[in-house]
Design a protein around this ligand. Structure first.
Ligand code: THU
Length: 148
């Protein structure tokens, strides 16, 4: 059985999140890709954490905009993710690593993708982007089954 209740947002919340993500995109450090990403993450507390991608000369050390926002939230004590807006030049979708990191703290959260003009290209549940995701609950079940 699967459960999926999308977190619904008001028009005002949606617009505000996208605007925050657009503002955050301006801080992206992207000398290698020239592909700036901005994110704005809403938690259950009502706080919004913004993020941008931060690249590195050692390419693998690059952190995406979504994960910047996620680690800001968790490191501020906010672990209950409700929604994230992601802004890119072309309204693209979050990468697989970011989907997995978001799933840890918000398996039922809403994802909004938008372009730099604020035009929304997709909105829906994270579980649509990460089908049959693996998270803390699955791990705990498996550990229980093993009698640990
Ligand atoms: N990027 C993100 O910030 N988020 C994603 O979900 C996709 C990719 C960044 C990483 C890199 O700085 C640039 O976009 C090109 O891959």
């Amino acid at each position: 059985m699967t459960t999926s209740h999308t977190v619904s947002l008001s028009d005002e919340q949606r617009r505000h999140l996208v605007d925050q993500a657009r503002s955050a995109q301006a801080y992206a450090y992207v000398p290698y890709s020239q592909y700036p990403v901005g994110a704005a993450l809403l938690t259950a507390s009502g706080a919004i954490y913004t993020g941008c991608n931060v690249e590195n000369a050692s390419f693998g050390a690059t952190i995406c905009g979504e994960r910047t926002a996620a680690v800001k939230a968790v490191s501020a004590g906010d672990q209950d993710f409700r929604a994230i807006a992601v802004v890119t030049r072309n309204g693209a979708s979050p990468c697989g690593i970011c989907r997995q990191v978001l799933y840890e703290f918000g398996p039922e959260m809403t994802v909004i993708m938008a372009d730099e003009a604020g035009q929304i290209s997709w909105e829906g549940p994270l579980s649509d982007l990460l089908l049959h995701g693996f998270g803390p609950k699955k791990l705990a079940q498996g550990q229980k089954a093993a009698g640990e």
